[in-house]
Write a protein that binds this ligand. Structure first.
Ligand SMILES: Nc1nc2c(ncn2[C@@H]2O[C@H](COP(=O)(O)OP(=O)(O)OP(=O)(O)O)[C@@H](O)[C@H]2O)c(=O)[nH]1
Ligand SMILES: [Mg+2]
Length: 222
């Protein structure tokens, strides 16, 4: 993937130092406001990187959860959703999903069921939420109830990317849930992945310790 890492030195450093890394994806029909929501949340600190091969924008964000630094990769597509399904790699190793609809377009709400079905085919267990966007255009909609997702126990948020209502809260909640999921996955394959990651980290720690020891014992090598 053609990522110009040189253009985001500070974020890369934070990412390198991060205690944990999570991937969060966004689903929903075209023009519901997925990109605007991410831009609103990341406003001052983000720099999108265009991965033109996959028509994908990857937003990198450093968050703090508890006392840990979390490197968050937000994935946003440009165009694929118009064909009503996503490339499987979009779902690959995602730790949380934000499903968005536009309160002014009923069809975008109706289509959530399709998005949810596809999500669960690839990622049966990851945390997910339902987001009703553009409430600034008609505040009355917040008195209506949107039941999709209730049965599955999905949290629901009324938001506006335009005026910022609830945007930070929704994203922070989802980052937290993504981290919780990554640390305690309920999907078998994810459990295996987490074990492997821990194993790699242990190996890295050991080899670093060995290297340090070698330096201490063999000053002539330094
Ligand atoms: N009034 C209002 N308009 C919004 C809001 N969020 C997005 N829009 C408008 O909706 C349009 C689509 O927003 P995008 O963020 O590009 O939508 P998207 O879901 O990323 O669309 P695709 O990239 O085509 O999938 C733009 O014209 C935005 O200005 C909102 O909260 N309120
Ligand atoms: Mg977009």
């Amino acid at each position: 993937m053609a990522v110009d890492a040189g253009s985001i030195p500070e974020l890369d450093q934070k990412k390198y130092d991060a205690d944990e890394q999570v991937k969060i994806i966004c689903l929903g029909d075209s023009a519901v406001g997925k990109s605007k929501l991410m831009e609103r949340f990341l406003m001052d600190e983000y720099r999108p990187q265009q991965l033109s091969t996959y028509a994908l924008t990857l937003y990198k964000h450093a968050a703090t959860v508890g006392n840990k630094t979390i490197a968050v990769d937000f994935w946003d597509t440009a165009g694929q959703e118009r064909f009503q399904n996503m490339h499987p790699s979009y779902y690959h190793k995602a730790h949380a999903c934000i499903m968005v609809f536009d309160v002014q377009r009923k069809l975008t709400y109706k289509n959530l069921v399709n998005w949810y079905k596809e999500l669960r085919e690839y990622r049966p267990e990851i945390p997910c939420c339902v987001v009703a966007n553009k409430i600034d255009a008609d505040m009355k909609v917040t008195q209506r109830s949107f039941n999709f997702g209730k049965k599955q126990g999905l949290p629901f948020y009324f938001v506006s990317a335009a005026d910022g209502t609830n945007v930070v809260k929704m994203f922070r909640d989802m980052i937290k849930r993504a981290v919780e999921y990554k640390q305690n996955p309920s999907d078998f394959m994810d459990e295996v992945m987490q074990e492997l990651e821990n194993f790699d980290l242990e190996k890295k720690d050991n080899s670093e310790a060995e290297e340090d020891g070698l330096k201490a014992e063999s000053p002539e090598l330094v």
